[in-house]
Design a protein around this ligand. Structure first.
Ligand SMILES: Nc1ncnc2c1ncn2[C@@H]1O[C@H](COP(=O)(O)OP(=O)(O)OP(=O)(O)O)[C@@H](O)[C@H]1O
Ligand SMILES: [Mg+2]
Length: 266
């Protein structure tokens, strides 16, 4: 069966997109799934967290696989081992992906489908492909959406994040309409939630109201603000290997089921 492809775009920076993907990737490999993490963010943060040690700063990556300037290199050529058994990575290092993003802006034909086409030869090799996007609704993010079966939006208790959500949902609808009729919007991931803060509870209430009014889902479970979530991913240690983080492991496990509608439930 062909891999299920998921992206979690948000044009707002720092909402927890990459962190969410790191822990979802781990939840998936723990189930024995074959996972490919694709770093479509020119910042390369996901590569720094998830590629196994020893990746050179000038290693070929997603940029080479997407660019017309490098017709020789295809996506399978740039895959490297990931941090855990079952995980592989299409890396982004250096400034190449930023250049490709600018190249895509002026590309005359099929520019929205570049990533989707590039992934074609490897879709059968994996169960799950996670595409991490940068804080922008640029051509790379559009490419990630077009390549995806499922999109979820990672957001956090913040007024500006809520405002940006409207634009994000519009973009996803536009992509569905024009380029990817099969793309499903799974819902909003409420991340970094601190139940002790009054504003945060108010925010979550409002988010849930907006969701029922506009017909989207706030995915369960909500992901709390926890230093273990940040520190484990930054140190390359899985949550299940982190002391006293068992409840958090379960949260991401449930989140994986929520996003994939239980496709990988054993
Ligand atoms: N649930 C959480 N609890 C505590 N810290 C978190 C949580 N989620 C994310 N963080 C921290 O918040 C910061 C931003 O997270 P992350 O880098 O995943 O965001 P991002 O949306 O990928 O950012 P960018 O837009 O730059 O790609 C990081 O330091 C991360 O460790
Ligand atoms: Mg990120």
């Amino acid at each position: 069966m062909s891999a299920l492809v998921i992206s979690e775009p948000n044009q707002k920076g720092g909402t927890g997109k990459t962190t969410s993907m790191v822990h979802l990737a781990r939840a998936a490999v723990r189930r024995g799934l074959r996972v490919l993490f694709v770093d479509a963010d020119p910042q390369g943060s996901g590569t720094a967290l998830l590629a196994a040690d020893g990746l050179e700063e000038d290693a070929p990556g997603l940029a080479n696989a997407l660019s017309n300037q490098d017709a020789e290199t295809t996506l399978p050529d740039v895959i490297v081992p990931g941090l855990w058994t079952g995980l592989e990575v299409v890396p982004t290092t250096g400034g190449g992906l930023g250049i490709v993003r600018d190249e895509l802006i002026v590309a005359p034909l099929a520019r929205e489908r570049r990533l989707s086409d590039a992934l074609e030869p490897v879709r059968e090799r994996y169960d799950l492909i996670l595409i991490d996007t940068g804080p922008s609704l640029d051509q790379l993010t559009i490419n990630a959406l077009v390549a995806s079966d499922i999109a979820a939006a990672v957001t956090e208790p913040d007024y500006l994040a809520s405002r940006g959500l409207v634009q994000l949902l519009d973009t996803i609808t536009t992509v569905q309409k024009h380029y990817a009729p099969g793309l499903r919007f799974a819902g909003v991931i409420a991340n970094n939630y601190d139940a002790r803060k009054k504003e945060a509870s108010h925010w979550l209430e409002q988010l849930r109201e907006a969701a029922s009014a506009q017909g989207f889902t706030v995915l369960e479970p909500v992901i709390p603000a926890r230093t273990a979530i940040a520190n484990s991913s930054q140190q390359g240690i899985a949550l299940d290997e982190w002391p006293r983080a068992r409840p958090l492991v379960d949260l991401y496990d449930q989140q994986l089921d929520a996003i994939t509608e239980g496709r990988f439930t054993s």
